[in-house]
Design a protein around this ligand. Structure first.
Ligand code: FNR
Length: 383
């Protein structure tokens, strides 16, 4: 059993609760990172290494944290990141996550690797909206893993468009699945348990993040995660989709510039929650790099980031440095695992509360007022 959801006052509380309730295999899937975990560690630590430069005596009686995401007004400057296979974590799977987001007015990006078909997830959104007389500003966006087969790729785009998703977030940091160490250990243990591990395994089965087999049993990414994906492919994806595109997984200034040249409406600085390349840059480092080497992209493109944000004050730091909004992943996944949509709602409240307090103590009443000089990133920049 876990503490009552109201006792979750910070995001690590959801992690603790999830660990307590989840079967080991599901816990490993959600918490896994790549190789020795250095990218995940960097994601978490880098936020702690920049500090604020608060302003005082500025009358911060009430604050406004609204933002716009791809032209859709957002109640918060954060959204729920796309994560696959939620059915392994909560029986309500993605629809349950969406219900929490809708009730709180928080945008959600839905993964290609979802347990449920994207149409069913959209229906859960519509139903949740109807229950509250369509009062929620929450919108659904779609994260796209491009199928290798061109016809399937086009078919998926059209299904997503027809279902009514508001923007396509194309994941580009997954030319192949990262080395999910904990998943591999688990697989080796399972093999050992049934006496099958005389030979060391080299043909690694991939874990649960599998678009083709939504349940955790499936272990092939054949058909998805094409290593051949390249910049030229973007042009036809754009044409077929016809709406706004965000590139998810940009990790250096050169690619930020290229994304602008290729006509993307946004980029998402991300290393996939530390699940892909070992010692990938944290999104914060990439943001700082872009500030130095191609500051002109700010204002011409929306710039999102994700990875390791665990506190509303982390969100505020990202916004000071020019992020349009940020994605939060595991905290929502853990909240869902332990408490279903009630946990998701609580997680939104926890982050919004921390952000509101942070804004007041920083001396701003709206997010238009945040500036790079309100944070000190010297410790990160000097290394
Ligand atoms: C992910 N992420 C991810 N990204 C994506 O584009 N498609 C996907 O299907 C998934 N699946 C997925 C599953 C799980 C269990 C996790 C933890 C992450 C990455 C996700 O969108 C996001 O980039 C990170 O989770 C952000 O980092 P934090 O907030 O989890 O630290």
């Amino acid at each position: 059993s876990v503490p009552h959801v109201s006792l979750c006052v910070s995001t690590p509380d959801f992690e603790k609760a999830a660990k307590a309730v989840l079967p080991n295999k599901s816990w490993v899937y959600a918490s896994a990172s790549a190789n020795a975990g250095l990218s995940l560690k960097g994601n978490l630590e880098d936020w702690t290494r920049i500090s604020f430069r608060p302003r005082i005596l500025r009358d911060v009686g009430s604050v406004d944290m609204r933002r716009s995401i791809l032209g859709h007004s957002s109640k918060y400057p954060f959204y729920i990141s796309p994560m696959g296979t939620m059915g392994a974590l909560h029986p309500g799977a993605e629809p349950e996550m969406v219900r929490g987001g809708v009730r709180k007015g928080c945008h959600v990006v839905v993964s290609t690797a979802s347990t449920k078909p994207n149409e069913e997830i959209m229906q859960s959104y519509i139903d949740a909206q109807q229950q509250i007389n369509n009062a929620s500003p929450s919108k659904l966006f779609f994260q796209y893993y491009m199928p290798v087969n061109r016809n399937k790729a086009i078919e998926l785009i059209h299904r997503v468009k027809k279902a009514g998703y508001k923007g396509l977030w194309i994941t580009v940091d997954t030319a192949t699945l990262g080395k999910r160490t904990a998943d591999r250990v688990l697989q080796a243990e399972e093999a050992l348990a049934v006496g099958m591990a005389e030979q060391p395994t080299t043909d690694w089965e991939v874990g649960a993040e599998n678009p083709d087999a939504p349940a955790m049993g499936g272990r092939s990414v054949d058909g998805f995660l094409t290593p051949h994906l390249n910049w030229q492919d973007l042009a036809w994806v754009k044409k077929e989709w016809g709406g706004p595109i965000v590139l998810k997984g940009v990790q250096c200034a050169e690619d930020a510039k290229l994304a602008l040249e290729y006509g993307c409406q946004g980029i998402l600085l991300s290393n996939h929650g530390g699940r892909q390349l070992q010692t990938a840059p944290s999104a914060l480092m990439t943001l700082l790099e872009i500030r130095t080497y191609c500051p002109e992209v700010f204002g011409k493109m929306e710039i999102y980031l994700d990875g390791g944000l665990r506190d509303g004050s982390d969100v505020l730091k990202a916004l000071c440095l020019g992020a349009t909004a940020v994605g939060v992943g595991r905290p929502f996944l853990y909240a869902l695992s332990a408490y279903g949509s009630k946990g998701v709602e609580r997680c939104v409240d926890v982050l919004a509360d921390e952000l509101e307090i942070g804004m007041k103590l920083l001396g701003v009443t709206s997010l238009d007022q945040v500036r790079p000089e309100m944070v000190n990133a010297q410790r990160l920049l000097n290394e």
